[in-house]
Structures are given as C-alpha cells and as structure tokens.
Design a binder for this molecule. Structure first.
Ligand code: TA6
Length: 301
C-alpha cells in the first residue's frame, strides 16, 4: 500500500501520519493527539500501541514479531474472525481465521470534537477469503483513540444466505510482571479450560505462575480489571456484544515453543479477549443484510 497516497487522502497534519517505517511489506497509521499516541497496522486492522499521555503502553507487542505478509503480528489487538482458534473441521485453515492476515482498506479518519481520533478500516470478501469461508461480508473496525481506547468490530452479512461466525479482540495487555498483577471481574465465573468440554466454576481468580493459563469464561459479559502495582495503574477493559472472555498467558514452557516471542516474554503480557467463541454454543448467526458489533473500551485509571 502506498503511504504517500494514503497520507494525501487520509493524513491529518501533525496528528495522523502513514508510514512504512523500515518495513517494505506493511503500512502503519501513527496517531499523536492530545490524549496520547497510537499505532495501527493496516495489515490485520491491528492496533499495536496505545500510550495515553504519561503512561506505559497499554498494549504489548512482541519485539520478535515478523511484520510479514502471511504471518500474524504477535501483540496489540489481533482480530480473530470468522473463527476463533483452530478451524473446527479443517485444521489446515489458518488459526483464528483470516482477518488478522488480511490487508484492510482505510474508509475514513477524522478528528472528533473532543480531540479524539477515529480511524475506520474495512474488509470485504476476496478470492482468498472465499476459498477459506464461502460468504460475502462487509467487516469494519473502528478505533477511537481518546482518553480511552474504543475498538468496535462490525460484521454485515452481504450474502444472500445466512452465516455463522466466531470473533474475538485478542487483546495483549502490557503488564509489569505476570507474577505481580491481579485480575478482577471473574469471581464465581464459569469457564472451560482451554478447549476442554467440562464446565468449571472458579470462586476467585488465581493465575498459575509460570504455567500456561488458558480459560474461556462463558456467560461473561462484564469488564476485566487488571491491577498492576508495578506500573502503578489499573486497566479497565469493558466490552459489549460478547458472551465469552478468554484469558490467556502461555507461561514459560509454551513461550519457548512460540517462535515470534522471547521465552521470557510471557511475563510482560496477559491476554483478556472479548469474544463470541464457542463452537455450537456461542456463535454469531447473521441473516442477509444484518450486522453485529463486538466492542471493547479500555481505560487506564
Ligand atoms: O486466546 C488463546 C489462544 O487461542 C491460545 O490457545 C493460543 O494459541 C493463543 O490464542 C495464541 O494463538 P496464536 O495463533 O496467535 O499463536
């Protein structure tokens, strides 16, 4: 994508700048407004950084991520669509769907009256997507960069038949140390362990230090709160249009198997993911012409 043309069409002087940095393959939108800075990749429609003024980054990005077409970017908020995790019947299809490895178009970028910046990106079916998922769709991601970060993912069925899909905002939160944080918002919540089938109940939230934590909380429609004394902050991640929250941290053993992060990288993030993602239980069903929105609003206090 040509960043010179994008800057002419959508750039906003001193606030919104497109560049390729030293990367030939991907194009990024850099935002610098009164509330802070942010960086969004057109590849994947993925926000990689959101730094409210005076803060550490709210999002974690792996220093080892490849930034290459065909490979998902490790960090920020990858978008999982139209399925979550491995494809249910065909394991050769890409994990977490194709949205995060597609090139999205810019639809609009505007400054809001309150000084926030709104970026709207779009994706529709292509020969590649139809080969993986045989439906016509229109997908929009709206990012609002202000005193909070709001991300909305809107899918419209533009086909003549109904379809089902899963989605998730696979958010990597930047934390000071996995051993020191606390997570609120899951007391007495029911969950499935990873891809297991047994529904379990937890009284209070406890991460297992150093081990992989991978839980899918079902019927969970409320906010996730990350209390981080090391960064002297609490992150509130509210959501709408989602009945599942996935909480994931790979721990040391799994991290060592993930090529695009440092083995110790797991210490510095926790994924808390608003989702609609449980095959047969929690899918979104859309009739032709209908739309559905999944969104999250992230605020640091
Ligand atoms: O959200 C948890 C999860 O589904 C885990 O099972 C783990 O595989 C993670 O996502 C990351 O997936 P990725 O394909 O990005 O390596």
């Amino acid at each position: 994508m040509n960043d010179v043309i994008l800057n002419k069409q959508f750039g906003i002087k001193d606030i919104v700048i497109f560049n390729k940095e030293d990367n030939e393959e991907l194009t990024f939108i850099n935002i610098n407004n009164t509330f802070g800075t942010a960086k969004i990749s057109l590849y994947g429609a993925q926000i990689l950084s959101y730094i409210p003024k005076g803060q550490q980054d709210v999002l974690w990005l792996s220093p080892k991520t490849a930034f290459k077409q065909g490979k998902a970017i490790r960090g920020g908020i990858p978008l999982c669509f139209p399925w979550f995790g491995p494809h249910v019947t065909d394991k050769t299809k890409p994990q977490h769907g194709f949205a995060r490895t597609s090139n999205w178009q810019v639809q609009s970028i505007n400054q809001q009256d309150n000084g926030a910046t709104k970026v709207v990106l779009m994706l529709e079916q292509s020969d590649d997507s139809l080969a993986l998922w045989p439906y016509c769709f229109n997908a929009i991601v709206e990012f609002e960069i202000g005193d909070s970060l709001k991300v909305s993912f809107i899918v419209t069925n533009t086909d003549h038949q109904k379809f089902e899909y899963s989605d998730a905002l696979h958010t990597y939160f930047n934390i000071s140390n996995i051993d020191d944080i606390k997570i609120d918002g899951f007391d007495n919540a029911t969950y499935y362990e990873a891809f297991g089938n047994e529904l379990l109940l937890q009284s209070t939230f406890a991460l297992h230090p150093g081990e992989e934590n991978n839980r899918r909380y079902v019927n969970h429609t409320t906010e996730t709160v990350i209390i981080d004394p090391g960064f002297n902050r609490t992150i509130h991640a509210d959501k709408a249009g989602s009945k599942v929250t996935v909480v994931w941290n790979p721990g040391l053993v799994t991290s060592q198997k993930i090529g695009d992060m440092h083995p110790e990288g797991y210490k510095n993030f926790i994924c808390a993911e608003p989702a609609n993602a449980y095959a047969g239980v929690d899918m979104i069903e859309l009739e032709p012409g209908k739309s559905f929105t999944l969104s999250t609003t992230i605020m640091v206090k």
